[in-house]
Ligand binder design. Structure first.
Ligand SMILES: [Zn+2]
Ligand SMILES: [Zn+2]
Length: 387
């Protein structure tokens, strides 16, 4: 698919900030600078994930009008355009994720386009307020949104006056570039790399590594499965720092109505995933049924022919069929365990067994096909093998 045109001014500005980040090479290396960079990164990552994403795009909790404005202001210090622009485009992504209309799908327009090309595109420069009437109705948010560089410039000046050149280059330029790419991985990497647990209509995935980079957004498959939850980690071991901070915010009364994922959604997802796997392997399934039926027809006569190859294959078939039954019994047990105390180990065991079962089925089908072929040759009957 062809790409929309990139705005030269946007691309130059984007490139220049990357060059400015190299300014740290001119300064003396300091651990203080590194600490400042990390703090500046995570402070603003919180405003992006908890603010722009979980609040303005998905309304998974409520804020007062002042704290809502402060969250939007802090988010805009990340230089990811205006708050309404960001949230309106993100709502569009959920509506069409990985379909041709999706403006940042690696599946539709390639990895780099989904990572950073789309942000620089002329076509997507404007925010469609019709997608976000619930927040566009606040004049102070519209004002902030249309002055998209204001907050980030105030932040850069603050960094310079408070911490000097180290503040400007480590705390602002380097941290901002890292924050860009950290955020963008959710649109690019998290639709390509990682584990799929839920059969969402898109290619979204889960990854612990990217959950750490993005304060919890790495559980992106969970999020596409149930975007209405403020928590994107659905299990205790799925680290989600943005959610922990929101939880504290709720305790101290700043955050209200924090929405969580219902228990039945977690389990329903696992079942939906099974159905998708089964649909994909339905052909193998059907072929196995047909082969088994054909072998049933031939078996009595074929074995009476005392054909050595047939005896040998039949013994193998019995063993393969027993193994498949054992795997299916293990699978049922592991599946029940994964449902009751969902954890990484239980989920992984289920996933591994699914794979083993697919292999065992394919192996059994192969043995049956050879058996039928040998029996038909021995009995001189026309082929009744399903294609
Ligand atoms: Zn997505
Ligand atoms: Zn989202």
């Amino acid at each position: 698919m062809s790409h929309p045109r990139i705005r030269p001014a946007a691309a130059i500005g984007f490139g220049l900030v990357h060059v400015a980040a190299l300014g740290i090479l001119v300064l003396d290396f300091t651990w203080w600078g590194v600490a400042l960079c990390v703090a500046s990164y995570y402070l603003r990552m919180f405003a992006i994930t908890a603010g722009f994403h979980r609040y303005f795009s998905h309304r998974t909790y409520q804020l007062g009008r002042v704290s809502q404005f402060l969250m939007a202001f802090l988010g805009q210090t990340a230089a990811q355009k205006g708050v309404l622009w960001w949230a309106a485009h993100h709502r569009h992504h959920h509506r069409y994720s990985d379909m041709p209309e999706d403006i940042h799908s690696p599946k539709q327009r390639g990895f780099w386009w989904s990572h950073m090309g789309w942000i620089l595109a002329e076509d997507y420069e404007k925010a469609d307020y019709a997608r976000i009437p619930d927040f566009a109705k606040y004049p102070e948010l519209r004002w902030l949104d249309s002055n998209q560089f204001l907050a980030t410039m105030v932040y850069a000046l603050f960094m310079f006056f408070a911490f000097g050149w180290t503040g400007l280059f480590y705390g602002y330029f380097l941290a901002t570039v890292l924050l860009w790419h950290g955020t963008f991985t959710i649109n690019s990497v998290m639709h390509v790399f990682g584990r799929r647990v839920y059969a969402t209509k898109d290619d979204s995935r889960n990854s612990m590594i990217f959950a750490l980079v993005t304060m919890g957004e790495g559980w992106h498959n969970n999020h596409h499965h149930y975007p209405g939850s403020a928590a994107q980690g659905f299990h205790w071991w799925q680290i989600d720092p943005s959610y922990y901070l929101l939880w504290i915010g709720e305790k101290v009364g700043l955050v209200k109505g924090l929405r969580r994922v219902p228990e039945k959604i977690k389990v329903a997802g696992l079942r939906a995933f099974d159905e998708a796997i089964d649909a994909a392997s339905k052909n193998v399934h059907d072929r196995l049924d047909q082969l088994t039926a054909r072998w049933e027809e031939l078996r009595a006569n074929a074995r009476a022919s005392a054909h050595h190859a047939i005896e040998d294959l039949e013994a193998k078939r019995v063993r393969a069929s027993e193994r498949l039954e054992a795997l299916q019994a293990d699978y049922a047990a592991a599946y029940a365990a994964a449902k009751s105390r969902a954890g990484a180990a239980a989920d992984e065991k289920v996933a591994k067994l699914r794979k083993d079962i697919e292999e065992a089925r394919a192996q059994l089908a192969e043995l049956l096909a050879r058996l039928i072929e040998a029996a038909e040759a021995a009995l001189s009957v026309p082929s009744g093998l399903p294609a």
